[in-house]
Design a protein around this ligand. Structure first.
Ligand code: 13P
Length: 287
């Protein structure tokens, strides 16, 4: 059964480790992530962007697929199904469809509007026992075609949003989605420290988990980060493994490519990436 992310993140914050959010794009990715979490006895959050939601035939299809896998694969570790960077309308649809967690990304609205919309969604999520993530200070890079510059959040605005009763808070600290540029200034631990001091026990979320050096990840966890999002790294691993398989050209004869064989190396590569991240984040054995 899917669970809200609240309990796993409260435990992570208290235990000074982070739960990984791994974004899914298809059946193979989802299965790889769930099997790895089970094997490592780690809690896990499956992230779904609105674009991936459309690709996978809508939120109801995803809920059906994930619930089916939890049962058929005998997954007993805590699993949350979470909308990543949701719009207000997207969050409503996911709540309706059976997601156990949503992110409402109101970071591009003026703070008053972010507060108003977040307040409304918090009430709805509380009613249904669903966890909710809010964002302050836009995360840089590209996410579903929207490009942000990687701002540092204002700690007072973070407190304002945290006080609305959200479950977890994503604060921009110079992090970027996708690959980091050569001249990246690194995470602003000063901002993170100030946000944590203002928001107390609130689990903080680090987006853009791909390519952040291990020592920065560990420092961020020590300063209150309890959820780390990873997407691009799984995409790159999947792409590279698939490319190698195609280049080897084994199945070009006869019936052509067998999709089950074609996608298998990518699925294995995702397992390896997820394992490496769970070990780095410290969530292994914490289910
Ligand atoms: P990366 O694509 O950089 O791993 O970021 C993922 C993310 O933050 C999803 O919200």
């Amino acid at each position: 059964m899917l669970v809200s992310a609240k309990e796993m993140l409260t435990k992570a914050k208290a235990g000074k480790y982070a739960v990984g959010q791994f974004n899914i794009n298809n059946l193979e990715w989802t299965k790889s992530i769930l099997l790895t979490a089970q094997e490592l006895n780690s809690p896990v959050i499956l992230g779904v962007s609105e674009g991936a939601g459309k690709y996978m035939c809508g939120y109801k299809t995803i809920v059906g697929m994930v619930n089916g896998m939890l049962e058929e694969l005998n997954i007993t570790v805590p699993v949350a199904l979470h909308l990543d960077h949701g719009s207000y309308e997207g969050a409503l649809k996911c709540i309706e469809a059976g997601f156990s967690s949503v992110m409402f990304d109101g970071s591009h609205y003026p703070i008053e509007e972010n507060v108003a919309k977040t307040t409304e969604l918090v009430a709805l999520c509380n009613e249904k026992g669903i966890s909710i993530e809010a964002e302050v200070g836009s995360i840089g890079g590209e996410e579903d075609g929207v490009v942000g510059a990687g701002e540092c959040a204002d700690p007072d605005e973070c407190k304002m949003i945290a006080d609305l009763g959200v479950t977890m808070l994503a604060a921009g600290i110079g992090n970027i989605h996708g690959k980091y540029p050569e001249n990246w200034a690194g995470l602003s631990f000063e901002t993170l420290d100030a946000v944590q001091q203002k928001t107390g026990d609130m689990p903080l979320v680090l987006h853009g988990g791909t390519g952040i050096p291990a020592d920065m990840i560990q420092k961020a966890i020590s300063l209150g980060v309890s959820k780390i999002n990873v997407n691009t790294e799984c995409q790159l691993a999947f792409q590279e493994a698939t490319r190698k398989y195609i280049e080897a050209g084994k199945d070009l004869e006869g019936k052509g490519f067998d999709p089950r064989k074609l996608l298998a190396p990518g699925a294995e590569a995702i397992k390896a990436t997820v394992k490496e991240k769970m070990e780095l984040f410290g969530s292994v054995g914490k289910a």
